[in-house]
Design a protein around this ligand. Structure first.
Ligand code: NAD
Ligand code: IPM
Ligand code: MN
Length: 354
């Protein structure tokens, strides 16, 4: 039997609530499959850990995580008590240190889920945002001068490397070839003349290698408009770290809601563990009520199984989610009445009855 070591970082707010349900689904699918076992180790890091230890994660957290086959994360952040840039720093550090450069965030409206866009249904809404996840606007380069004074200056520099842009675009082309053969690169090269013009040039160099893929470029302002008015245009969207972040809250919403949107943080070379987590955050507004939608976490768990090459099990989870959604087994964010636990139980029932 194949064995996989999984690090689980439930985090804050609804993170632990949705993680519990994703773990329940993972155990069920492993048991049913019978060819693999997942050995889970949970790390109680985040705001509560900070209360006890004065840090969000232990100093050696990177060394602790490195030996694992994958990391599953719920959500982090408790802004009322601790500034977000403190709570969230380890998350970004994991992505960068483990070179999880490909952040894959599908947005697919499932039958039975209400669309936020008038006249757009599952036929029109099925795209993936591929977010550059290792550099760009998320690199901690910069500083503050004359802190707190009236003439204070803050400088924050984005870093885009040719290698970084080329590898995310190649990943995007490969993904487009497995889908509907369209790649849209989103930048802001009409205003940011150094970084995004380099993105344009690299795209132009690579595109001839993939003649089967139809390529277009959009500036980010136009892209957000087009995602709303004609989502059917999009298949694979490739964007920088920050634009990818923005586009995936929108993408998640167009795909039915953030409660459904999964994400990977993939290291395609497998030189370090990859990490899987919902697109959404810790949702302090609904935390502790047991009403969070567990589906984004469950679908992120399915993406983790895909990464571990347990494709049949991953597909079983996705099918179960689809049937549960179609049957109306939905939480409040989708207009339903189910609790977090009940919604996950509905998915488990579909798994078992398949
Ligand atoms: P959020 O994604 O937590 O919530 C946005 C809205 O969506 C809220 O109204 C919330 O109730 C709703 N929502 C989110 N997930 C849901 C779910 N599973 N079911 C039902 N409703 C859901 O974003 P925010 O409120 O801007 O941020 C809250 C905290 O999370 C902040 O500390 C932020 O920095 C952090 N954050 C963390 C991550 C992460 O861990 N990867 C991602 C985004 C935000
Ligand atoms: C996300 C989140 C993170 C990001 C935050 C929590 C740092 O919004 O995963 O989308 O900006 O990448
Ligand atoms: Mn985000």
């Amino acid at each position: 039997m194949k064995q996989f070591e999984i690090a689980v970082y439930p985090g804050d707010g609804i993170g632990p609530e949705v993680t519990d349900e994703a773990v329940r689904v993972l155990h069920a699918v492993a048991q049913r499959d019978g060819t693999f076992a997942l050995n889970l180790t949970t790390f109680p890091w985040g705001y509560r850990y900070w209360e006890q230890h004065g840090r969000v994660v232990p100093e050696d957290f990177i060394d602790v995580l490195r030996p694992f086959d994958a990391i599953f994360l719920g959500a982090v952040g408790w802004p009322e008590k601790l500034p977000d840039h403190v709570t969230l720093a380890p998350l970004v550090e994991i992505r960068q240190t483990f070179d999880q450069y490909a952040c894959v965030r599908p947005a697919k409206l499932l039958p039975g889920v209400r669309s936020v866009l008038a006249d757009k249904g599952p036929e029109q809404i099925d795209f993936v945002v591929l977010r550059e996840n290792s550099e760009g606007e998320y690199v901690n380069v910069g500083g503050r001068f004359k802190r707190g004074q009236a003439d204070e200056i803050a400088v924050q520099t984005a870093v885009h490397s040719r290698r970084g842009v080329e590898r995310i675009l190649r990943y995007g082309f490969a993904l487009a070839l497995r889908r509907r053969q369209r790649l849209t690169m989103v930048t802001k090269s009409n205003a940011q003349r150094f970084s995004y013009v380099m993105w344009d040039e690299i795209l132009e160099t690579l595109a001839p290698e993939f003649p089967a893929v139809e390529v277009d470029r959009q500036h980010c302002d136009a892209a957000v408009m087009n995602m709303v008015r004609m989502p059917e245009h999009f298949d694979v969207i490739v964007a920088s770290n920050l634009f990818g972040d923005l586009l995936t809250d929108l993408g998640g919403t167009i795909g039915g809601g953030l409660g459904l949107a999964p994400s990977t943080n993939t290291n395609p070379q497998r030189t370090a563990p990859s990490m899987f987590e919902p697109v959404h955050g810790s949702a302090p507004d609904i935390a502790g009520q047991g009403i969070a939608n567990p589906v984004a976490a469950i679908l992120s768990a399915a993406m983790m199984l895909d990464h571990l090459e347990l494709h049949a099990a991953a597909e079983r989870i996705r099918n179960a989610v689809e049937r549960a959604m179609a049957s109306g087994a939905q939480t409040r964010d989708l207009g339903g009445t189910l609790t977090t636990r009940e919604a996950a139980t509905a998915v488990l029932e579909q798994l078992e009855s398949a």
